[in-house]
Write a protein that binds this ligand. Structure first.
Ligand SMILES: Nc1ncnc2c1ncn2[C@@H]1O[C@H](COP(=O)(O)OP(=O)(O)OP(=O)(O)O)[C@@H](O)[C@H]1O
Ligand SMILES: [Mg+2]
Length: 323
């Protein structure tokens, strides 16, 4: 069994929307609700769900940009709290993130050489000539010429800029890459090129991916396993193809039926905050065609009977196999 590289163990993240006069939270919003999942070394896990369901908050906790309100996030067996205390640089070197909007994540006043070199200076003790060699190597991996180094971010197309963001994330040879909607801002043909590049690099470099997207078709292409999130909770998880074909949660069904065309992003009306006000029950019950009184109890994530490969669903009345 491969070792889990990243583990979320009953992780909750609350944001304080208002603080009272004493600085105490008076209206905490639960963006991530008691999630438990893991990703093994060398694997690629997709996370899907509509806008606001907590995907980016999970990614930020995975890289240590946010700390959980409760529960533990572990990388290579050690909690992120311990990593940050004992060796924050090694953590940053090993866990990197690529964001949705490449041009916004690259400093417009710096040449690509400065952007990449700064990352190497922060995260490695390479000497100047080793840094140059590594920059050229990583640009080759993302299929950009070394002349790229002398140019500024605005001189590149969206797809090229995303390749530069990926190069910056890979330059410290991370073990884990969090990709937060890395192709959403790109048109479909450029999306396909970047996805191919990511797939090749995963095989070549053995980097573990956590890939976040609204777009189910994109996740299906890159990730053998997937988590479906709704309003901060995992409602279904398992092998991607099996889960999409034999979905058991009414929300996954809605998600798939809302995306009739591969590559088309999901646009659902987000009502999760209102749903969360129904404390104590299934967060999806307000929108669920199958909801009844049992749904005032929170459904736990349970293995789907007769499934293979760890297909799990959190629903009192999962859709039948025929759905
Ligand atoms: N710093 C913050 N303070 C208060 N609320 C926050 C904060 N960050 C996120 N949230 C809230 O937490 C919820 C989850 O946000 P998150 O960014 O994780 O969603 P998401 O699934 O990534 O959405 P999208 O697909 O639009 O990127 C949202 O309702 C958001 O408004
Ligand atoms: Mg997000």
């Amino acid at each position: 069994m491969p070792e889990p590289l990243l583990q979320f163990d009953h992780v909750t993240k609350e944001f304080d929307l208002n603080k009272n006069w004493f600085g105490k939270p008076s209206n905490a919003f639960r963006a991530v609700n008691e999630v438990t999942w893991q990703v093994e070394q060398g694997a690629a896990l997709g996370i899907v769900g509509e806008s606001g369901c907590g995907k980016s908050t999970m990614a930020r906790m995975a890289v240590g940009l946010e700390l959980p309100t409760s529960g533990e996030v572990r990388f290579a067996g050690k909690t992120l709290g311990q990593w940050l205390k004992e060796d924050a640089i090694l953590l940053r070197q090993s866990v990197q993130m690529v964001f949705q909007d490449p041009s916004a994540s690259l400093n417009p006043r710096q040449r690509i050489r400065e952007i990449l070199e700064l990352q190497l200076q922060r995260l490695t003790d390479f000497r100047a000539e080793q840094r140059t060699q590594r920059m050229e190597e990583v640009l080759e991996q993302v299929q950009l010429p070394s002349a790229t180094l002398e140019r500024y971010p605005h001189e590149f197309s969206g797809g090229q800029a995303q390749r530069i963001s990926i190069a910056r994330a890979l330059i410290s040879k991370p073990k884990l890459l969090l990709l937060d909607e890395p192709v959403s801002a790109l048109d479909v043909s450029v999306q396909a090129q970047i996805l191919l590049l990511l797939e090749e690099m995963r095989k070549e470099l053995g980097v573990t991916y956590v890939f976040i997207s609204h777009d189910l078709a994109v996740v299906e292409q890159l990730c053998p396993n997937v988590l479906v999130m709704y309003a901060g909770s995992i409602v279904e998880s398992g092998p991607t193809r099996q889960l999409f074909e034999h979905r058991r949660h009414p929300y996954t069904d809605l998600l798939i039926k809302s995306v009739p065309v591969p590559g088309k992003s999901l646009e659902l009306k987000s009502e999760e905050k209102a749903d969360l006000e129904n404390q104590g029950g299934c967060t999806f019950r307000n929108r669920c065609p199958k909801a009844n009184q049992q749904c005032s109890r929170v459904p736990n994530l349970r293995e789907v009977r007769g499934s293979i490969g760890g297909h799990e669903c959190a629903c009192h009345y999962p859709l039948s196999e025929a759905a």
